[in-house]
Design a protein around this ligand. Structure first.
Ligand SMILES: Cc1ncc(COP(=O)(O)O)c(C=O)c1O
Length: 396
């Protein structure tokens, strides 16, 4: 897999030739299928025996992309974050089990049941007693067996239940209902990966998150990995933290999405074994000699501030994305002179080997919003664009 760690002129030359052969001449999101598959294999290889995998749909927002990952991993579990995606997946993947990754207003759940195909399998995420009452009332009104997973605050402090009597009361209320059902717990803890190792802060965050999760399991009567607890969703993690789970004693499934395409935000020590698999390619419309920033020609003796040795100015087709330039080497966005969604100014060294209409490549910093901005994803494999994968509509 060592060649997958190399992002050099030979690699981007092949991507460029593939784009040209496919007559692509506009900003395009590329997924490299061999790299994606390597990440899937790495990910599955890291999961401990018996650990379930839930695909985070918002981070991989394309049905064919999700199907591809499902076929490689064998999972039928997805984590979904809005009504539009929930409905589309329910229609197009009737065998999928969806867990909401954030609590939605009960009105969204009502709309879902009005529009979704019968038998769609959804677990709703609930964060407060008030929302629980609303969901339970809806379940009663519709006489539907509605599965509810309770959101825990394991230290991220983005809301959710503490491991206390309120949580216990919520699980008890669900267990006493004839319609709504207690379906499990979800404790998401990406803050752990942001904690410095220094002073043992990261270890403390791990210990504290796991202690809260364990207490929550005791309070909700599912502390043993036997019997009824086995059929519950006991969800944790995300890409930044999935490697922390080396057995299933705390949780029986991890969610992850982004790491399979590895945007730059996921370039961390813990995720070193994964390789970048998503790129934005955009034509350089103009490659100009010198650094000409508007206004400086009117101020003799003043020069724009540029990195040492920069002597070319490039304007790209678009460019104001959550993304970092990766090729050609040395080509930079100068934040000081602003971002443009139409033609982004970039600068590079005097020996920059770039001609007008050549491609400039970026890596997304995150996948969830960025993958929705370019229309169909161009799938690259073995030197060619081999497929196009439509993406979901852009809703948060
Ligand atoms: C509840 C929850 N679980 C898991 C994830 C992980 O997603 P990813 O693996 O794409 O970082 C997220 C991302 O926001 C989330 O909100």
């Amino acid at each position: 897999m060592s060649d997958l760690n190399t992002l050099d002129g030979a690699y981007f030359g092949k991507l460029q030739a593939a784009l040209n052969a496919a007559a692509i001449a506009q900003p395009t999101l590329i997924i490299d299928r061999a790299r994606l598959d390597a990440n899937i294999e790495t990910f599955i290889g890291h999961l401990p025996e018996g650990m379930g995998y839930r695909i985070v749909a918002k981070s991989l927002p394309s049905l064919p992309l999700l199907s591809h990952i499902r076929s490689k991993t064998g999972t039928d579990r997805l984590m979904t974050f809005n009504l539009a995606m929930l409905l589309e997946i329910a229609r197009e993947m009737p065998d999928a089990h969806q867990l909401l990754g954030k609590p939605l207003p009960v009105a969204a759940a009502r709309k879902f049941y009005a529009e979704a195909p019968a038998g769609a399998r959804v677990q709703w995420l609930v964060d407060t007693p008030e929302r629980l009452a609303q969901y339970m009332a809806l379940a009663d009104e519709l006489s539907l067996p509605m599965d509810v997973v309770l959101e825990l605050d394991v230290g991220l402090h983005r809301g959710g239940f503490a491991a206390d009597e309120t949580l216990k009361a919520a699980a008890d209320a669900l267990r006493a209902s004839n319609t709504a059902r207690f379906a499990g717990l979800m404790g998401y803890e990406p803050h752990i990966a942001k904690m410095p190792q220094k002073h043992g802060l990261r270890d403390k965050a791990v210990d504290s998150a796991w202690e809260i999760y364990r207490r929550a399991r005791v309070l909700t009567d599912c502390s043993n990995n036997t019997g009824a607890a086995q059929s519950l969703t006991l969800n944790t993690a995300g890409s930044p933290t999935y490697r922390l789970y080396t057995d299933t004693s705390l949780a029986n499934e991890v969610s992850a999405g982004s790491i399979l395409v590895k945007p730059t935000d996921f370039d961390t020590d813990m995720l070193e074994a994964h390789v970048p698999a998503s790129f934005i390619a955009t034509p350089a419309l103009k490659v100009l000699d010198g650094i000409n920033v508007a206004g400086f020609d009117l101020m003799p003796g003043r020069e724009p501030e540029m990195p040492d040795g920069h002597a070319k100015t490039v304007y790209t087709f678009g460019g104001n994305w959550m993304a970092k330039p990766v090729w050609p080497e040395g080509l930079l966005v100068n934040e000081k002179y602003g971002r443009s969604s139409n033609q982004q100014m970039m600068t590079g060294p005097a020996d920059l080997a770039l001609k007008p209409d050549d491609f400039v490549f970026f890596r997304p910093t995150q996948s969830e919003a960025v993958l929705l901005q370019f229309g169909d994803i161009a799938v690259y494999e073995d030197g060619a664009i081999v497929d196009t994968w439509p993406v979901f509509g852009a809703s948060a």
